[in-house]
Design a protein around this ligand. Structure first.
Ligand code: TXA
Ligand code: MG
Length: 333
């Protein structure tokens, strides 16, 4: 099926096969001359969508599974299995010096894999499940693959706040390494179909979990030194963290880049981008915000709400990028 099914005309089972007839297809059939006979050739599609039970078994067998979280869709593999983790780097075209986050179903599980200080534990217990990742020293005998942590003595750990992710992680009962489920350097997926569009048949297992509520990656907080450092900004802000634990620093690009989330270019669309724009030229696409927008282009948030804008950013950029514009111009935010 090349086009999206907008309206369904009929759903029926036929000899154990689910038959879905779209309105578009039905109107095409009706427009055929009625004095002739036509043959309809049908095939079956192998859809990648799985249940959490099937997906947890696949993970344990070393296969990749894309799954939803509240931030973005992740591409998961058994974090203790080097070969499985290597598949992630390969399929994403991700440089192997860029370490991965391991996902666990609860804070209690998470504390087994990293050496969390008391204060880190307190903060994690307040914010997990949720959009924050802790970078901490490995625990003794931590089984997380060195490839997953790119050879670093630290590991990145997160407990996501999404019922499907939680069920998957509980069933699999292993730490699951998962970067965002996109080709390296491109826009992160916030819908299951983005994953399908990006990887096609290269990914044979996807869990459906609806639209990602937050739509921006987790905040990455390095707790391996004396003062906690934000390595990658995300939904949970510096101010929110400081109100709970006092001084927090933000890693600057001038210092050693310890988190590639701080690289000058990441999460980039194919089109070039201009920010703080109030006009749109021929051949360009526009991303509106508040009262600055142009039909037929989308608006990140007509109310000017930053949280709503964040949750729309990646999927709207992706839609605009598909139109191959010369530039994507973005309204002032
Ligand atoms: O919201 C998210 O965090 C999503 C979902 C799927 O959980 N995941 C995600 O993963 O964004 P990824 O691989 O796209 O980003 C992981 C970030 C990178 O910036 C990486 O450099 C940093 O975490 N990171 C991972 N392990 C680290 C470590 N040991 N030290 C420093 N940075 C680390
Ligand atoms: Mg990513």
């Amino acid at each position: 099926i090349q086009h999206a099914i907008t309206k369904i005309h009929l759903v029926k089972t036929y000899r154990g096969t689910l038959l879905i007839i779209s309105n578009d297809f039905w109107s095409m059939v009706k427009s055929l001359p009625s004095n002739k006979e036509f043959w309809l050739r049908m095939g079956t599609m192998n859809l990648p969508y799985k249940t959490t039970k099937e997906a947890s078994i696949l993970l344990r067998e070393g296969e990749l599974v894309a799954f939803p979280t509240e931030t973005v869709y992740g591409l998961g593999a058994d974090a203790t299995n080097d070969k499985a983790v290597a598949k992630i780097f390969e399929i994403k075209g991700r440089p192997q010096f860029n370490p991965l986050i391991s996902h666990l179903p609860t804070a209690q599980h998470a504390f087994e894999f990293g050496a969390f200080s008391e204060i880190a534990k307190q903060l994690a217990s307040m914010l997990w499940p949720g959009p924050i990742t802790f970078v901490v020293p490995r625990s003794n005998n931590c089984p997380i693959s060195w490839l997953a942590s790119a050879g670093l003595e630290t590991v990145a750990i997160r407990v996501p706040d999404h019922p499907v992710a939680k069920e998957l992680l509980e069933r699999a009962n292993i730490p699951v390494a998962a970067p965002s489920a996109n080709i390296s350097g491109r826009i992160s997926p916030t819908r299951s179909r983005h994953v399908h569009e990006e990887f096609g048949s290269n990914i044979s297992s996807i869990l459906e979990g609806g639209d990602c509520k937050i739509g921006l990656e987790s905040t990455v907080l390095d707790f391996s030194g004396t003062i906690p450092i934000i390595l990658r900004p995300g939904h949970i802000t510096k101010e929110q963290l400081e109100s709970k634990i006092g001084k927090v620093e933000i890693a600057s690009e001038n210092k050693i880049i310890s988190s590639p989330g701080m690289l000058a270019s990441h999460y980039a669309p194919k089109a070039r981008v201009k920010t703080r724009m109030t006009t749109v030229m021929d051949g360009e696409a526009f991303l509106g915000f508040g009262n600055i927008s142009f039909e037929p282009f989308p608006n990140l948030s007509t109310k000017g709400d930053l949280v709503e804008a964040a949750s729309n950013l990646f999927h709207m950029m992706r839609e605009l990028d598909k139109q191959n514009p010369t530039y994507i111009s973005i309204a002032p935010i």
